[in-house]
Design a protein around this ligand. Sequence first.
Ligand code: FA5
Length: 343
Amino acid sequence: MTILENAQKILEQINETKDNFQLALKSVKSKNDLESVRLMFLSKKGEIQRLFSVLGKLGPTDRPVVGAELNAFRAAAQSDFELVQQSLLTAEKIKDFDVTLPGRMPIVGSLHPLFQVLDEIKIIFTEMGFRVEQGPEIESDFYNFEALNIPEYHPSRDMQDTFYLPDGYVLRTHTSPVQIRTMENQKPPVRMIAPGKCFRKDTPDATHSPIFHQVEGLCVDKGVSFADLKGIVQAFAQKLFGQEMRVRFRPSFFPFTEPSAEYDFSCIFCKGNGCKVCKKTGWLEISGAGMVDPAVFGFVNYDPDVYSGYAFGMGVERIAMLKYGIHDIRIFYENDTRFLNQF
Ligand code: FA5
């Protein structure tokens, strides 16, 4: 037989072996079948190796051509073999799967209690006709202080211990700057609330945290009075806590309201008798409030002879503490899942 005839013959044998291999692989039903295919075709004494051993009989021109064909066949055969092996393993695993085993419970998260309360607050106020506004947490000195009638070097700046940032910026100490931003962009009447994060260099204790949340409220229109403020606060407190919740107003001072007040909700822990949380007063301080100072209207071009308004800034953590009977504000931020899972 000539060298050329030899090459032709080996190529035919390769094709024949390919067909036989595919047939054998298709009929595999078990691990044993698969092992027989491996032994017959892919092992050291198998068909493919036997074909390699006759390569030596070929001349230098044919050997690389047939060799390449044989290498490609071996690689393809190996990969087809592994595919069948994998599907057998998977089928076996499914067969071994114990459907009577108890399932693993997925860990389901829930909204943080603070945000649950915040959602309730938003619903109550939107139902009473207030829009929800937002402002930046990094605020300019102008919006956080100046436009709220708190000039530089004025002692009232010390009321809120501030985190100062470069270039005249601060971490906002309250949500009141959103009053200014809203009035700059809207003509009266205005009825808005602005929930958000605030930052102060306050030493953490049971009722103070350096990061906390407030909900600002602002209502400006013709003929708005302090009685409207008291009415809205009382309505809000009773919608959130029920009819038995009592509210008290105390005189206070804020540079951006005149007159100014603070209001407290009755302490639900001791029913007003005095305890550790309310510092024996029977009340928990919730908010600053007052009638918008005419000087503030000056910054936003509202005519104080035509319009009047009230504003308030409530502490959300304090409200959530009352709502859920929590004695220490710090627990909101500890990420303790034993606490969070209860909500
Ligand atoms: C203010 O922040 C004023 N901007 C509120 C205001 C708005 C007055 C509009 C008038 C008109 P004050 O510093 O009192 O006020 O804070 C308001 C409320 O935020 C407090 O009553 C309290 O509930 C909450 N609060 C203040 N500091 C903290 C703190 N460190 N941790 C938790 N809550 C706080």
